[in-house]
Design a protein around this ligand. Structure first.
Ligand code: ACO
Length: 406
């Protein structure tokens, strides 16, 4: 098997392979869109002779981490031909990707997993989570706080990058796990006219409050389908607000759209203020919690020294990484909340905590508690209290969160 770049001339082969493994038969328009999407991506292929049998694409993203941003390949279109599965093709392509990242000092990678079982073994851990929410909107949304009463206005999706774009970017400073969106990402991926999964949904709508913008929501609607037994729906893709009152005004609006009776949001942060200011939790229900962004620390030290920390801590971590040996070993992590950085140096001192790199990936943005991993038997705590000490340092005011599925 030859692992090498997939040139532009082979893009159609890569798409054919992806459609084969994802059981899709897209129309020409969608294929054209996918081709354009893959063009600027890094593309790694596995060739058996001249036949493309494996493919991985990586967006060139910028990911928010506590206190800053990191360059981050966003893996997508991961495909191995059914004739070549379970022979190490994906393993070889990811090894190539890790080697390239190491060479370019890119310390972190991320993806959304099609199946939970695939990526842990490659060192990925779920670093952000999303809650699915359903609101019964046949009656007014019951709230414990007063909504902001300033007028709401609809925004043309074509204007979103210029209008709500800067507001979204500002949220990345207090929500780790968010991807910077350029014009192309807004229009091509976040607000396409037709929804990728449900063509019965309306085009995207954007409602905003305040000038300058103090919050906005992105949603789509669809009428009741009596045959299928599906309700008249408002499907919410994003709600961002600078105050609880603005958030309350946006949710009240979403739950009051005529000719709809259910609001569904699919990837809300687990600390969404809605869950607390909703007065009736029989009306606002969390229907599921799922892993969202999976993170892979390619250079553990580079990520831990790049992020900011809540408090000072000093811990010896024993890290296991069977794919990237440079990450393995015992390291002293000294975080410095005041100066905003950390030191991460090899040591021979005994470990306070021993953990797999996948679990460090799950914790690194502050979205998974180390004490919970200890309680689950996944992290060994050799020095009592060290998991709690690590959690205090990792903590962020708001939980990490990712809306952008890719
Ligand atoms: C970010 C995204 O794009 S997510 C989309 C992922 N792609 C898909 O789901 C499409 C359909 N599936 C496929 O194309 C392939 O089966 C892939 C890409 C998931 C796996 O590719 P393969 O080349 O078979 O993986 P590879 O042989 O390197 O497997 C390495 C290990 O992972 C395990 N593994 C691979 N896929 C799975 C899976 N779906 N479930 C559980 N274990 C898996 C293998 O058993 C193997 O285990 P081992 O190391 O203990 O022997």
């Amino acid at each position: 098997m030859d692992i090498r770049d997939v040139p532009e001339a082979h893009l159609d082969r890569a798409l054919d392979l992806a459609y084969l493994v994802f059981h899709e038969r897209p129309e020409e328009e969608k294929r054209k869109h996918h081709r354009e999407l893959l063009m600027p991506c890094e593309r790694i292929g596995a060739y058996d002779g001249e036949t493309l049998v494996g493919f991985v694409a990586a967006h060139r993203f910028t990911l928010s981490v506590p206190g800053g941003d990191l360059p981050c390949p966003g893996l997508t279109f991961v495909s191995v031909a059914p004739t070549h599965r379970r022979r190490g093709v994906l393993s070889a392509m990811l090894a190539e990707l890790y080697a390239r990242c190491t060479e370019r000092a890119v310390p972190i990678a991320a993806l959304w997993a099609s199946e939970d079982a695939i990526y842990g073994r490659f060192g990925f851990g779920p670093a952000t989570q999303g809650a699915s929410v359903e609101i019964d909107s046949r009656r007014p949304l019951a709230l414990r706080i007063d909504p902001d009463e300033r007028p709401l206005r609809l925004i043309d999706p074509a204007d979103a990058p210029a209008t709500v774009g800067p507001f979204y970017e500002s949220t990345r400073a207090h929500r780790a796990g968010r991807i910077a969106r350029d014009q192309e990402r807004w229009s091509g991926e976040w607000l396409p006219d037709e929804d990728e999964e449900d063509d019965a949904l309306s085009p995207p709508r954007i409602v905003a409050l305040g000038d300058p913008i103090a919050g906005y929501a992105v949603y789509r609607t669809k009428g009741e389908n009596e045959d299928a037994g599906t309700p008249a729906l408002v499907r919410v893709d994003e709600v961002e607000a600078e105050t609880p009152a603005v958030a309350a005004a946006l949710w009240r609006y979403l739950a009051s759209i005529d000719l709809t009776d259910t609001v569904r949001a699919w990837g809300r942060p687990l600390d969404d203020p809605l869950f607390l200011f909703a007065a009736d939790r029989d009306q606002v229900k969390v229907t599921g919690v799922n892993p969202a962004l999976w993170v892979r620390l390619i250079d553990v030290g580079a990520v831990l020294t790049a992020r900011s920390w809540a408090v000072r801590a000093e811990l010896v971590l024993e890290v296991r990484d069977n794919r990237i040996p440079a990450n393995s070993g015992r390291f002293r992590l000294t975080t410095d909340a005041a100066a905003g950085g950390a030191r991460y140096e090899p040591t021979v001192d005994p470990a306070d905590l021993a953990l797999d790199v996948r679990d460090l990936g799950a914790c690194c943005l502050g979205g998974t508690r180390v004490v919970d991993l200890v309680a689950a038997g996944l992290v060994e705590e050799h020095a009592p209290g060290s998991a709690e000490e690590f959690d205090h340092a990792l903590r962020t005011a708001r939980l990490p969160h990712t809306d952008d599925e890719f």
